[in-house]
Design a protein around this ligand. Structure first.
Ligand code: CA
Length: 530
């Protein structure tokens, strides 16, 4: 009985970890772009229920009209399953702006379509006139929690890349049947797992989307999972608490806020912040151990988090954390996810997910004990799923079809280190050169933003408007707008230069865009035909 209970507890915890790892619905931002996508000039030519009789390739399908509610217009909701076991939802507004919007998953995916953050994304897009599509990626977490589904090769392939592809193809067919023509433009919007899905589409199925918005993509799950285990092991028994991390955050800010030239509570590039927990955080006096200081042991633990696991075989150099994310581990952002530390000392969110990853993705052994993970020997052995799960930096075909991709990342993301994005982008640039890459793929790093959403910085990011302008007007994004909005009021505005350029403050009013400039860095142009 005790074992059953502990398994149930583990299942519940994993499910909450999944929920914790998903983004909110901020991608449309509060600022419109140049394209007015709210113009819904197109009308349905078919009765919603009639779609149900055209079975297409779906193994199960229902189609029902959903009445207008608030700012969400009347639409036809089509849901069912595609071979095999790929749950989908396609929503077609009766008055349509001619565009398809597909949104991504979180964590191990397998969400129910009724999950609030999925509805939020869907409703937001419908309110803007888009048809929407979504897939559970081929399994349901309610029946197969965490990574258990990866025991099935079919389910693993569906989740890794296939489900999104077959769902978007099907959504285009449904649009053609319902409106009399396929979407003029198709867009992807996802963060975390959803970001990975977007980059994967650009790599594997370059014709699926005209525009891809990829927030904080999990480009290398195995490394992220190892880092979760590392942080758990580094902090265990150290007495480091979330309150102490808040103290550390204040010390980081007082040391590094001004290094970008503007004391505004943001560190524009935390890589420039040299912070030594032993020297720069308040040290507890002998025999003292309260929230306002670190003991030697706690400073050691924190240093291990900044350093990341040992960089032996199979461990990329980017796996570490940058100062300035301490606040994001304790804010309760991301649906209460507890990155780095938990209040009760139980495994943190990533470590909990890593337990499942190691069992079902890495070692194919449900009895595997992740607490025994060897940080020197095991990283290169844990990569059984990398080939399927990790997108590769070959995006020539996506560029050739005219596709555009914006990737963005919060510098205070305590779940997924933005270094993972820098590493990937650098590899793409090594293949195609910076100028060629920036013609179709740009990367933005936003300070003070936590994992996909939330944080203490400008979390309202102009992802979709910038992407749509780029795809439909050919207006490449320069600096990407982002703002701090509290209770519906804008506190301040920022705009960030595309990586690898730095956004440099020139003095004067930070609300005036001209008071910032992009400092371009020279990068060798590479050549690749892949
Ligand atoms: Ca600053």
């Amino acid at each position: 009985m005790k074992r059953v209970l502990s398994m149930l507890t583990a299942a519940v915890l994993l499910t909450s970890a999944l929920r914790a790892a998903v983004p909110d619905g901020g991608s449309f931002s509060s600022q419109p772009g140049q394209v007015d996508w709210r113009a819904t000039a197109l009308r349905a030519r078919t009765v919603c229920g009639d779609i149900e009789r055209e079975k297409f390739v779906a193994t199960q399908m229902s189609a029902k009209v959903v009445a207008r509610a608030g700012n969400v217009p009347e639409y036809c909701r089509i849901e069912g399953f595609l071979p095999s076991e790929i749950g989908f939802e396609v929503n077609l507004p009766l008055a349509w702006n001619g565009r398809l919007y597909m949104h991504g998953n979180g964590g191990y995916s397998g969400e129910a379509p009724a999950a609030p953050y999925i509805q939020l994304k869907r409703d937001n897009a419908l309110a803007n006139g888009f048809a929407t599509a979504w897939t559970d990626t081929g399994h349901r977490a309610s029946r197969q929690p965490g990574g258990t589904f990866a025991q099935s090769p079919v389910a693993l392939t569906n989740h890794a890349y296939l489900a999104v592809h077959v769902t978007v193809e099907f959504a285009k067919q449904l649009s053609a049947a319902f409106y009399g023509h396929a979407p003029h433009f198709s867009y992807w919007d996802g963060c975390s797992t959803g970001g990975r899905q977007g980059v994967m589409e650009a790599y594997r199925f370059p014709k699926d989307f005209n525009g891809i918005l990829a927030g904080a993509p999990t480009l290398d799950w195995t490394s992220v999972m190892i880092n979760g285990l590392w942080q758990q092991s580094a902090t265990k028994g150290s007495g480091l608490t979330v309150e102490k991390l808040q103290t550390v955050f204040k010390a980081v800010m007082s040391k590094c806020d001004a290094i970008d030239g503007l004391k505004d509570g943001l560190i524009d590039d935390p890589r420039q912040c040299v912070f030594d927990p032993h020297r720069d955080a308040p040290r507890c006096a002998a025999g003292e151990d309260d929230d306002t200081c670190l003991t030697q042991t706690q400073a050691d633990a924190l240093q291990k988090i900044y350093d990341g696991p040992p960089k032996g075989p199979g461990m990329p150099n980017w796996v570490r954390e940058y100062p300035g994310l301490e606040e994001s581990s304790v804010l309760g952002a991301n649906g209460g996810a507890q990155w780095i530390l938990t209040r009760d000392g139980s495994p943190n969110t990533l470590a909990m997910m890593a337990d499942s990853w190691m069992k079902y993705f890495s070692f194919g052994n449900p009895a595997y004990d992740a607490s025994k993970f060897d940080f020197i020997r095991d990283p290169s052995r844990a990569r059984a799923a990398d080939e399927q799960m990790n997108p590769k930096p070959y995006l020539k075909a996506f560029n050739d079809t005219g596709g555009k991709m914006i990737m963005w990342w919060g510098w205070s993301d305590a779940a997924l280190n933005p270094g993972m994005g820098i590493d990937f982008y650098d590899r793409v640039v090594a293949n195609y050169g910076l100028a060629n890459t920036q013609r179709f793929y740009r990367f933005y790093l936003i300070p003070g933003v936590s994992h996909c959403a939330g944080g203490y910085g400008p979390c309202d990011v102009d992802g979709m408007p910038a992407l749509i302008d780029w795809v439909e007007k050919g207006v490449a994004p320069g600096r990407l707008g982002a703002r701090r909005v509290v209770d519906g009021k804008t506190v301040y505005n920022r705009a960030y230069c595309a990586y690898p350029a730095a956004t440099r403050y020139q003095g004067g009013d930070p609300e005036v865009p001209a008071n910032f400039q992009c400092a371009q860095l020279k990068t060798d142009e590479g050549v690749s035909n892949r």
